[in-house]
Design a protein around this ligand. Structure first.
Ligand code: SF4
Length: 209
């Protein structure tokens, strides 16, 4: 889905239609499978899989009209040395710079939007991107926007410098925890609902009885 939305903006604006986006799905999926053959085993029914992806594409078009703007950056790599011992980087799905100079950061999610009260947690990732962008360019992004294609909802925020400072403090706390663990070579597992999707579960001390 990310590749389709990335490549859609290679088309001239008037060709960024739902049908052209849907037409990209089979070739982009085949390219993914060629690059990572193990993906094929995760899909048992190709038609059902492409139907689901088609539905996500259709939902995308209910959230914005890509014929009406240019995507300035896609898969933008942001990086910064936060401290001598901390390097931070990430890839932003899309970063648009309006003619007015205002910046918005977009992240596509194929799942559903968070339950009420959890939006702030979901926005943390985008605040980190905003922090990196601000540190590198001196421009405070005007809008952070999560696009949930699973249920057609947006989560938005206008970040303040205080938000970015708070994200920075949180990152530094995490980094210091990691550095302390490195120092002691002590890595306590933290079981959660996410364990069921964790690649390391079969060797994780929290799950070996
Ligand atoms: S299985 Fe272990 S390593 Fe994986 S998320 Fe759970 S606690 Fe962490």
């Amino acid at each position: 889905m990310h590749t389709v939305l990335h490549d859609l903006f290679e088309h001239p604006a008037h060709e960024r239609t739902p049908q052209n986006a849907i037409d990209l799905l089979p070739t982009r999926w085949r390219a993914q499978v060629e690059a990572k053959p193990e993906l094929a085993s995760m899909v048992t029914n190709d038609k059902e899989w492409l139907d689901r992806a088609t539905s996500l594409v259709q939902t995308y078009f209910t959230l914005e009209q890509p014929t009406t703007f240019e995507a300035t950056h896609r898969e933008m790599h942001l990086e910064n040395d936060f401290r001598e011992d901390i390097y931070l980087h990430g890839y932003v799905d899309r970063l648009d710079v309006a003619p007015s100079g205002e910046v918005r950061i977009i992240d596509y999610k194929t799942g559903k939007s968070p339950k009420p009260g959890w939006e702030d947690k979901a926005l943390f990732q985008l605040r980190v991107y905003a922090l990196l962008y601000w540190k590198n360019s001196g421009v405070l992004p005007r809008l952070l926007q999560l696009m949930y294609l699973g249920d057609g909802k947006l989560v938005r925020s206008n970040p303040t410098l205080a938000d970015l400072e708070s994200a920075k403090k949180s990152l530094l706390r995490t980094a210091d925890d990691i550095l302390a663990s490195l120092d002691k070579d002590y890595w306590p597992p933290k079981p959660s609902k996410l364990c069921d999707w964790c690649y390391f579960k079969r060797i994780c001390p929290a799950h070996i009885s």
